[in-house]
Design a protein around this ligand. Structure first.
Ligand code: 8IG
Length: 276
């Protein structure tokens, strides 16, 4: 019989598992404490090279509770970076998506590990579809709030967590001090992995959404539960289904990400340098 994944084991405590992961990370990187954590989604990976000096790169699969990456093009590493001012950032290039079907605990394990490693700030980035027509592919936008349409939560049991100002207005102000032209919008998380129908995009718009994606809302909730301050960015890689007459193509999404990468990575690096 195969041993279950640690997070799926009978009686498993996700926070204890994250604490073990954080210890292993400290051993593997030689960095006792990380101040800031970043999850770099499609289009954002190059930022890791710009925010500081890489101290160590660890394959995520070597750390307790992490799994090998499901998608080629997703990095599968945890990287410790020393910022110019001496703070340390943990760059998570190993996202587990809810649509992989392994449950929410695994989706948010990297966020909980970052919190256990000491991070007080969680920067979440993603590639996503845009509902506002003037957001051409390659536009980075701040996430101002979210609508979670996954029907799931990382919180277990009667855990009531306030999500007011989840995407910290203080940190959004910091981002706009770096790049005043940054627009913002409400992120709507669908389960995926299919993209939305045009009718679903119209629903997202009608309920107050501006961005559609498959990753960030669940992670942001876990970050808030762990007491972190959250900053969220979406790279609009495509107009959401039906907003443009063109059908969506994964290849075009990847291409838009590649083209925007140098610009948005530079933006993110400057925002990280300005974080309190
Ligand atoms: I990149 O249009 C990317 N990710 N749900 N919809 C959803 N996720 C996305 C999209 C999109 N584009």
């Amino acid at each position: 019989m195969q041993t279950p994944h640690p997070l799926d084991a009978e009686g498993a405590d996700p926070f204890a598992i994250a604490a073990i992961a954080a210890e292993q990370l400290a051993d593997a990187t030689g960095v006792d404490r990380h101040d800031i954590a970043l999850t770099l989604g499609s289009g954002w990976a190059k930022a890791a090279d710009l925010i500081g000096e890489t101290v160590a790169t660890v394959p995520a699969a070597e750390i307790h509770g992490f799994s090998a990456p499901a998608l080629t093009g997703h990095v599968g590493t945890l990287r410790s970076i020393r910022l110019p001012d001496g703070r340390h950032a943990l760059v998570i290039g190993a996202r587990t998506h809810f649509y992989e079907g392994h449950g929410v605990r695994r989706v948010v394990h990297s966020v909980r590990t970052a919190a256990a490693a000491g991070a007080r700030t969680m920067v979440l980035t993603n590639g996503a579809g845009g509902i506002k027509e003037h957001w051409t592919p390659g536009t980075p936008v701040l996430i101002s709030d979210h609508i979670n349409l996954t029907a799931a939560s990382p919180l277990e049991g009667a855990t009531f967590i306030d999500l007011t100002d989840l995407y910290s207005s203080r940190l959004r102000d910091v981002a706009r001090s770096v790049s005043p032209e940054l627009d913002e919008g409400v992120y709507v998380q669908f389960r995926g992995p299919h993209y939305e129908t045009p009718a679903e995009v119209q629903m997202a718009k009608a309920i107050g959404g501006h961005i559609v994606g498959m990753s960030t809302a669940l992670e942001a909730i876990a970050a808030r539960q762990a007491g972190m301050e959250v900053l969220g960015f979406s790279l609009i890689t495509n107009l959401a289904a039906g907003i443009s007459p063109e059908p969506l193509s994964h290849a075009e999404v990847l291409e838009a990400g590649r083209e925007a990468e140098p610009v948005i990575s530079d933006l993110l690096a400057r925002v990280v340098a300005a974080l309190p």
